[in-house]
Each structure stands twice: as C-alpha cells, then as structure tokens.
Design a protein around this ligand. Structure first.
Ligand code: APR
Length: 276
C-alpha cells in the first residue's frame, strides 16, 4: 500500500515536472516567434496606434468629430501591406477626406526650413500644418507597412530621402497640399535667411505655393528670418521663382525680420499682435 502511494506521488511529480518543461518551452517559443521579432522589427503597432488615437481623441474631444477610429482606419489603409517605397501621396486621399484640414483664415502660417522658429512664433496665434488634426497627430512620427503584413512598423522604415514614395513623405506632401489648397485671407510664410536658397523648388513649401488660389487667398507675406550673418534677404533670386509660381491675384509682400526680434516678440504674453 505504502509502496503504491509512493509510486503515485512519484508519477504525479514526474507529470508536474513534464508540464513545467512544456510550459517553459511554450513561453520560450512565444518569446522567439512573437516578442523578439516584434521588438527587432520595430513592430509596435499597439503603442503607435494607441498614441495616434489618444492624441486624436484629445483634439476631437469637444466636437466629437471626426471619429478617431475611422481616421485611424483611413490612415492605415494608405500604407499597410504595401512596399514602403511604393506609397504615393494619392494613397492618403481617403484619409484627407475623412479628416480634412480646417482653415483658419488670416491666421495661416507656412514655413520652409524654419520649423522650430515658425512653431514658436505661431504658438496659438497662427495655424500651421502641424496644428491641424492630422498634422499634430503625425508630427515627428515614423511609420510604414510591409508587403504581406497587416502591421504598422515604426522602425526599419525608409528614410525621408531614401525613396520618393515613402509613407511619411507622401503623407506630408498630400496633407500639406490640402492645407495650402484651403488657405484663405492674409497668410504668412516664414523662410530661412541663413541659407542660400530660402525658396527651394524641391521643398514641400514649393508644392504648397502651387496650391494657393486668389479665390481664397488675399496676400502672402514672406518673412525672411535673418541672423547675425545675413545670407539671403528679400532680394534673393529664389524668391523670384516663388513669385513666378504664385497666383498673380495674390498680393506678395516680403519682410526681413531678425530671429532675435521674433524671439523677443513672442515673449510678450497673451498677445497675437504680429511680430513684423
Ligand atoms: N522625417 C520626417 N518628417 C520630415 C522629415 C524627415 N526627415 N523632413 C521633413 N519632415 C516633415 C516635417 O516635419 C515637415 O512637417 O515634412 C514637413 C516638411 O519639412 P521641410 O522639408 O523641413 O520643409 P519644407 O519642405 O520646406 O516644407 C514645409 O510643409 O509641412 C508643411 O505647411 C508646412 O509650410 C510647411 C512646409
């Protein structure tokens, strides 16, 4: 009898240790097959999607529209399952119609190679592309898909200049095109006076200029931001290219303003008086 009891205890112990080995193996397989590749390939769809929805819902909290789940779905439709170098700007058409930019007439600001300063100056006084719903949700983010996968990847994606039709660049081209197309009233563009070609035909701002229409826009004031060493001012050749592209019905103005004047001006709280 005692012998039988001892036998069954030993058998139970053997079964328990076999189950522990099986459990251990299962965890190891899960780690190898799911977690490790996900981390290595930068598959953090969960985090990226959660951040997207969180930011979107914060912005739409008051109006309740557009529906952020629909916005996410329209967004991922553009690039998921595609070669990350084959996402043209048109892929975002549906996204843009789901969450179109809402223009703020007479307060719209464009920029080229002056991102930080333009946002410092525009802060709650002017509206930039990065202040729109999609612009603010996606600013500073990287994303792409892969052929045959339904995931969103946030690393291992092509760089900005690696291929023209990458998901990030195509989004900014398409979103900015729309933002510019609805621009209205008196508008501003902040350009960099510390570089030789403040208006570059290769920039997204150059695409935006072609979208400006005198049906909506009255004037464009170019602010040439200068530093101690002035490389370009309002007489710069590249500005002639800008004027050639501009709808002749839009009044063109150019002003030179120093970076320190802009910084000082923005230090005055609670005023949206122009700094130029
Ligand atoms: N990676 C990710 N995003 C980038 C990168 C990059 N390497 N480079 C630029 N961008 C994004 C910026 O965040 C910005 O929103 O693309 C946009 C254009 O950046 P720039 O090339 O520095 O500027 P530019 O081509 O002159 O166009 C700026 O585009 O975003 C609109 O309305 C905005 O008027 C502005 C214009």
């Amino acid at each position: 009898m005692d012998q039988d009891l001892g036998e069954s205890r030993r058998a139970r112990r053997r079964r328990r240790s076999r189950s522990a080995v099986i459990c251990g193996c299962a965890v190891a397989v899960l780690l190898l097959v799911v977690v490790v590749p996900a981390v290595l390939l930068g598959n953090r769809t969960g985090t990226f999607k959660a951040t997207f929805l969180e930011k979107c819902e914060k912005i739409t909290a008051e109006s309740g529209s557009p529906d952020c789940v629909k916005v996410w779905s329209a967004f991922e439709q553009a690039y998921v399952g595609r070669d990350p170098c084959e996402v043209p700007m048109e892929a975002y058409d549906h996204l843009i119609s789901t969450a179109p930019p809402q223009p703020a007439c007479n307060r719209m600001m464009f920029w080229s190679k002056t991102k930080d300063l333009a946002h410092l100056v525009s802060d709650s006084c002017y509206q930039t592309m990065e202040d729109t719903l999609l612009g603010s949700v996606l600013d500073g983010q990287t994303w792409c898909g892969k052929k045959g996968s339904s995931n969103t990847y946030t690393s291992g994606c092509p760089g900005w200049t690696e291929c023209e039709n990458n998901p990030v660049k195509s989004f900014w081209k398409r979103g900015s095109t729309e933002f510019a197309a609805v621009a209205c009233g008196n508008t501003t563009a902040m350009l960099n006076g510390s570089i030789a070609t403040p208006f570059s035909s290769a920039s997204i701002f150059a695409i935006e200029v072609t979208q400006f229409t005198s049906d909506r826009m009255r004037s464009l004031t170019v602010i040439m931001v200068t530093n101690d060493v002035v490389v370009s001012n309002c007489t710069n050749e590249s500005l002639k290219d800008l004027q050639k592209e501009l709808d002749p019905g839009i009044r063109y103005i150019c002003k030179e303003v120093t970076e320190s004047a802009l910084n000082t001006c923005r230090e005055v709280p609670d005023t949206c008086a122009p700094c130029w």
